[in-house]
Design a protein around this ligand. Structure first.
Ligand SMILES: Cc1cc2nc3c(=O)[nH]c(=O)nc-3n(C[C@H](O)[C@H](O)[C@H](O)COP(=O)(O)OP(=O)(O)OC[C@H]3O[C@@H](n4cnc5c(N)ncnc54)[C@H](O)[C@@H]3O)c2cc1C
Length: 466
């Protein structure tokens, strides 16, 4: 019976896994995961991603996949496993990061027995084109074109799997040393996440049953829990977008505004991949060339205050602390913290995206790069630079009672609903009553919002004349 290696990468699931499904149709399957330490990649895995990967590999093994785990130089490892297991083919699902495309092309060239599949996008980037055969740079027409093109493929039925026996032992997951050592900053992550296919299904089911009906309004309220939290599961391919797409369309009215809004968010994920594929510089350079002269301003002290959730702006600090404690931050708050950093503080967006890359469990090269560029105003279809979020106005609008702030910034918990957004503005007596002296127990704002805004608009003048 022919044996096929299935090389798992960002598709850590059994169900609706095209490479695994096709390999199972051929005969016996040899499942492999290789921690790639050979490919030149400017952005190696972030620390929070490593935590997730450890747990996800463990979950895949526990679900019965006799995964051979290896670490090192991909090509020789794949060649060795081909020989050792007497396999005659290697199947994988495609990745779209520039380094992954280059890596896979090289392996395809060296080994003739490979075949790749689409396991992680609804619409692959080269299938959606404008009338002039270019790629879309604006979301709305992109998504319209996606919706007008043939439906995403149906999900696959569960394959009958026959694992090859006498597989080489490989490494233990612990040998990959993915978990944080001392201090274990990810201690609390288990309270929020269950990496793996089963965890992904639980999130999807919970979302469909309890959240989708109010997604359109609820998705903007960080104190409440109205979004799916599927992002890390989608990133690691523990669930496919096709499974989500199908389940949402099956269990709700496709013309309902909540359904449409949610599917459009999946669309933003597709759009980000479309951008990254066609503009591989996206993680490093501005999509709009004119921004290459923008006078960004390095400031180590401001950057550290931002990273540590000590900016003096309660909603921003709440977001940054949520990120540190859980590996996640609410989307609305991601926009606000990124805006403060890039606009009021003029710190290069790449420095913010690097912090997110390291600390987010859903760190995703396409989504992270596209979103940072969107907020910084230099991306495709970006928020115009001159539209500068005021973190206080945003705070009052989207966290009116301050519940999200109090959850993550407990030193502010005694301030009234009104004052919690601007604790620096209350009298010293009130601060004392609230058991929080600004400048001692909680920092003064790191930047004057009016000054920062004017400075940002002046900096933008340089871009405008390009
Ligand atoms: C500065 C910044 C950085 C970001 N970095 C990342 C990142 O590294 N990884 C990541 O997955 N998302 C990123 N996002 C997008 C978004 O914040 C998250 O996808 C979302 O908060 C995840 O929560 P959820 O799964 O509950 O989303 P839901 O609201 O339930 O949305 C469902 C899915 O749609 C996709 N999605 C939702 N919003 C977006 C968006 N704006 N752009 C692209 N895809 C989207 C995600 O896959 C998400 O899981 C970033 C946004 C900003 C503003």
């Amino acid at each position: 019976m022919p044996r096929t290696i299935v090389w798992f990468r960002q598709d850590l699931r059994i169900k609706d896994n095209p490479a695994l499904f096709e390999a199972a149709q051929r005969g016996e399957v040899v499942p492999v995961y290789i921690l790639d330490t050979s490919t030149r990649n400017k952005l190696p895995l972030g620390e929070a991603s490593k935590w997730w990967l450890h747990k996800s590999l463990k979950s895949l093994r526990e679900s019965g996949v006799p995964l051979i785990i290896e670490q090192g130089n991909l090509l020789p490892i794949l060649e060795r496993i081909l020989k050792q297991t007497e396999s005659d083919a290697i199947y994988w699902n495609r990745c779209y990061e520039p380094h992954a495309i280059a890596r896979d092309k090289k392996i395809k060239k060296e080994l003739e027995c490979t075949q790749s599949f689409n396991g992680s996008l609804l619409f692959e980037p080269w299938t959606i084109q404008t009338k002039s055969a270019d790629f879309y740079k604006v979301f709305t027409p992109f998504w319209k074109a996606c919706l007008a093109s043939p439906d995403p493929r149906d999900t696959l039925s569960q394959p009958k799997l026959k694992w090859a026996d006498n597989l080489p032992t490989g490494l233990a997951i612990e040998d990959l040393e993915l978990l944080p050592q001392n201090p274990n900053w990810a201690e609390g992550f288990d309270n929020y996440w269950k990496p793996g296919e089963q965890g992904a299904y639980q999130k999807l089911t919970d979302f469909l049953e309890n959240k989708l009906h109010n997604y359109d309004k609820g998705r903007d309220l960080p104190a409440e829990d109205w979004t799916s939290k599927l992002s890390p599961h989608l990133h690691w391919g523990e669930i496919s977008p096709n499974q989500v797409w199908e389940a949402v369309n099956r269990s709700s009215n496709p013309s309902d505004k909540n359904t449409q809004r949610f599917l459009a968010e999946l669309g933003w994920r597709e759009f980000s991949y479309n951008l990254l594929y066609h503009f591989p510089d996206l993680p490093e350079n501005p999509f709009q060339k004119k921004f290459s002269v923008f006078p960004w301003h390095d400031d180590e002290k401001l950057l550290r205050a931002w990273e540590n959730g000590l900016t003096g702006f309660p909603l921003v600090d709440a977001g940054m602390r949520e990120l540190w404690s859980t590996g996640y931050m609410h989307n609305r708050v991601r926009m606000i913290v990124a805006s403060l950093l890039t606009k009021h503080c003029l710190i290069p967006w790449q420095q913010g995206s690097a912090w997110f890359w390291d600390t987010l469990v859903d760190a995703d090269l396409a989504n992270n790069s596209a979103s940072w560029q969107w907020v910084a105003g230099c991306g495709a279809d970006a928020a115009p630079f001159f539209r500068i979020f005021n973190p206080v106005t945003q705070s009052k609008k989207f966290d009116p009672q301050g519940d999200y702030i109090r959850r993550w910034v407990p030193e502010l918990k005694h301030f009234s609903d009104k004052d919690v957004h601007t604790p620096w503005a209350v009298s010293e007596d009130t601060q004392k009553e609230c058991r929080c002296t600004i400048g001692k127990d909680y920092p003064h704002p790191i930047v004057d919002l009016d000054v920062g805004r004017v400075r940002a608009l002046q900096a933008y003048e340089v871009v405008k004349i390009q």
